[in-house]
Write a protein that binds this ligand. Sequence first.
Ligand code: AMP
Length: 451
Amino acid sequence: MANFQDLNLNTPLYNALDDLGFTTPTPIQEQAFNVVSSGKDVVGIAQTGTGKTFAYMLPILKNLPFSKQENPRVLVLVPTRELVVQVVDEIEKLSKYINNRVLGVYGGTNINTQKQAIAQGLDILVATPGRLYDLALSRVLQLKSIQKLVIDEVDVMLDLGFRHQLINIFDILPERRQNIMFSATMTQDVDLLINDFFKTPERVSIAVSGTPLENIHQVRYNVPNFYTKVNLLAHLLQDTEQYNKVLIFVAFKRMADRLFEQLDEFFKEELCVIHSNKTQNYRLRSIEQFREGHNRILIATDVMARGLDIDNVSHVINFDTPEYPENYMHRIGRTGRAERLGEALVFSTEKEKDAIEGIESLMKMQIPVLEIPEEVQISTELIEEERPQIKERNNPTKRKDEDAPGPAFHEKSEKNSKENLGGSYKFKIAAKYKKPKTRGDKNYNKRNKKK
Ligand code: AMP
């Protein structure tokens, strides 16, 4: 294994590492150092706890000359205020013997204090996207000197819906810059962002071990569609003794909600869900309830389940087959911990066959297939995504790319761009016209009956 001396750092950095008691670079630090130093765009795949912050900060700090100029030269974007604090702290530790100015900014706090801090001049700015953009618009913050942009936890960032914020920020940054992006998981959204905005980035990742823990027993079911998957799941989960702590993975938050709705009917209090559309409090409560055994079943998306540290998970169920084999490894690794035997199940449809092959080739093994039990009803009903897409051929009035999946974003049409006046506006209109103006206003009749 390499040692920090092999990375050819400089004395201030060595001294700081000495004070921290760090002697050997972690694998991601070792791999990322030369690539980040080269100035090329980089995508690093690494989870929290792997030393990823130093993986990008060591080469950046080594190559950042002392400067008296006021505008920041390095911008680090992170999804949450907690991470701003943590990353600033890490940079400060490494900068103990370097004369540089580091500042963290995030929303929900007084923007004027932050403006004053910026006006003092700085080298490295760590920020959440929203606050960064507000500060840039206010013109107190000048981004014209940014040479390096780091986006950390980009998977979480996209899951929280920051894609457009990021694109707006890209627009106001100098074009000539190095982009460095770190993500814990590869997702479709991350892939899309890379393809759209990065110039043939170099990838660095700590190879996910393709060797599953020996104490995880894996099985697979071939299932034709969503509703049959629900039926199979509901059938299996009836065995409360075996299935006593079950983590169910789905790829998208919409699917998490849909599955929750379906299972809620059967399992009510036993069930909870976490994904990024839920509030932080809701998510924390769900995790706690599951950890302590009050809820037997937790539905989670890959991104949100990442930081979860939960013991004694009896079963990990892949309700869908992850497209990226690494995600499968991360998912099933949640069971079979601490010498206990764990069970991992994967449901796959015909469409997911390729994904299964990817997983099996990473693991260099086949997952044994089980027959769907006879009691399970095979559904023929299809959800929207499963229905065949009707393609109009040779329609001259249709643009070629109309069917192409694009970002789910539409400019507001003029009539919708008015301020949302909320319920009271609806009620005013309803009162004026003496009839409900919207179908959604279920309480209208109730309210008006009493009058
Ligand atoms: P991170 O993945 O960046 O959140 O880092 C996880 C923790 O590992 C942080 O507390 C770092 O200070 C620490 N760390 C980073 N690099 C090293 C290293 N080479 N040796 C030991 N600990 C490290």
